[in-house]
Design a protein around this ligand. Structure first.
Ligand SMILES: Nc1ncnc2c1ncn2[C@@H]1O[C@H](COP(=O)(O)OP(=O)(O)OP(=O)(O)O)[C@@H](O)[C@H]1O
Ligand SMILES: [Mg+2]
Length: 446
């Protein structure tokens, strides 16, 4: 086997480089998926501009927009290098000829659902077209050393449209996510043959296109209010990067027999689990309460390490006690109420300290691995063994929290009882009303 160089090309975006595992690998085959209008074309066009600055030739083929439209966008984004070639074409045979003619280092196909091979009878975007076109483009990538980027549409469920085989074929699957209502966008690697997955790149969309966000933690905590009841900060680790975010909780009385458990950005099953644990171990009664959890900024948390922050936010809203603003939580909660160790504690502590956090609530079981911490940081740590320790944070022992929540639960139960009573009264009223016309019950011998 001959030795091959593993040099990577910078895309001009630190965030994109990191998600790709340190830059572009020559001859790699990358699929970028994302919701309509999220900014896929913008991202790759800006990348084309960045690559042109690195003296790479880029061919951008759009089957969705005319050359004029693409050129207009390029102008707006400040991509005006002669090294970026634009084409509006969807016939793959023509695209291949173009590639042979221009010999680009990087080729972008926007999107795989619009290209077609004339010899296949089915419509563009159909399973057979997508599979065949992708196979031919892979040949171009692997055979000619051209790095090929495909843009893929996603289905309503959020999967990349077309055959699953597409995801197996490519080296890297990137997903561009975000909320249309927020201006920031998250780029993730779902699969990467040349780097770690679950790396996260953060961008912000403005009129000049996508801008990199150097310090996303600041962005996610930007709108944090003064009133901090029901709000806890969690330090997550996305890939290799710690990221601070705010978790909010709200509990609210409901007369419904099945209260709602709604969670945005955090697994709802874990909400059920945490509610059960807090009920069993701290007497937090939420049987008559809707529970809402929200991870601010459209982030999606997958780490169980977020448990402690969710539990703290729940306790805070239920007891109506504020959490000190500069407190950061992380730890996984088990069914017996224990707080379990998490990984990358130093990284999380460093990130939180950088943003001026002064109290860290973290699992006691992480203590033995943290001998190297400086004394100053150690002083700021509040070690928690189980959920009982968490209640101490609210300036009380476990019982007082219990007392407060019991009072909240009792008032909810009283409301339920009152509603039941009113319902019963209305019901009997209706019955009485129904039997009234013309009937004298006495006459019937009752
Ligand atoms: N003139 C403009 N000024 C500011 N922002 C714009 C402008 N034109 C487009 N945008 C932003 O760019 C976004 C569209 O980006 P883009 O076309 O790259 O998305 P896409 O993911 O490629 O969408 P599609 O799936 O439709 O191809 C819009 O939602 C808007 O936020
Ligand atoms: Mg597009």
């Amino acid at each position: 086997m001959k030795e091959v160089s593993t040099a990577r090309t910078s895309t001009g975006f630190k965030e994109l480089n990191r998600v790709l595992g340190g830059g572009l690998v020559e001859g790699s085959f990358v699929l970028l998926g994302g919701d309509p209008g999220i900014g896929k074309s913008t991202l790759l066009l800006q990348m084309a501009g960045g690559l042109a600055k690195e003296d790479r030739t880029v061919l951008y083929v759009s089957g969705e927009e005319s050359v004029n439209q693409s050129a207009l966008r390029a102008q707006r984004l400040g991509v005006n290098s002669g090294k970026v070639h634009m084409a509006a074409e969807s016939n793959l045979e023509v695209i291949r000829e173009l590639a042979h003619e221009i010999k680009p280092d990087v080729m972008i196909v926007d999107s795989i659902q619009t290209v077609f091979l004339p010899e296949i009878a089915s419509a563009p975007g159909s399973v057979s077209q997508v599979r065949e076109c992708a196979a031919q483009l892979m040949g171009l990538a692997k055979g000619n050393g051209v790095t090929v980027f495909l843009i893929g549409h996603v289905t309503k469920e959020g999967n990349i449209a077309g055959p699953k085989v597409l995801e197996h074929m490519v080296d890297t699957v990137l997903s561009f996510e975000g909320d249309q209502s927020h201006q920031f966008r998250l780029l993730r690697a779902l699969k990467n043959r040349f780097g770690a997955t679950h790396e996260l790149g953060v961008f912000q969309m403005d009129t000049r296109g996508l801008q990199e966000v150097d310090n996303p933690s600041e962005l996610f905590l930007e709108e944090r209010g003064e009133r901090l009841i029901g709000s806890a900060v969690f330090c997550s680790v996305e890939g290799t990067r710690p990221l601070l975010c705010e978790i909010q909780a709200l509990t609210n009385f409901t007369p419904m027999p099945q209260p709602r458990r709604t969670s945005l950005g955090f697994d709802v099953n874990r909400v059920h689990l945490l509610v059960a644990v807090l009920n069993k171990h701290l007497g937090l009664r939420l049987a008559n309460a809707d529970v809402f959890i929200n991870v601010v900024g459209g982030l999606r948390l997958i780490e169980p390490a977020a448990d402690l922050a969710v539990a703290a936010a729940l306790l805070s809203t239920e007891t109506e006690r504020e959490i000190e603003a500069k407190t950061c939580f992380f730890g996984e909660i088990g069914l017996t109420g224990e707080v379990r160790a998490v990984s990358m504690v130093e990284g999380r502590l460093r990130e939180a300290q950088k943003l001026g956090f002064t109290t860290f609530v973290i699992p006691a079981s992480n203590r033995k691995h943290l001998n190297d911490l400086d004394a100053e940081t150690k002083k700021k740590i509040f070690w928690v063994k189980d959920v009982h320790d968490l209640t101490k944070l609210f300036g009380t022992d476990g019982r007082r929290v219990k007392g407060k929540t019991a009072a909240a639960a009792a008032s909810r139960e009283a409301k339920v009882a009152e509603q039941e009573r009113q319902k019963a009264a209305a019901h009997s009223g209706r019955q009485a009303g129904a039997s009234r016309p013309g009937v004298d019950t006495d006459d019937l011998g009752f």
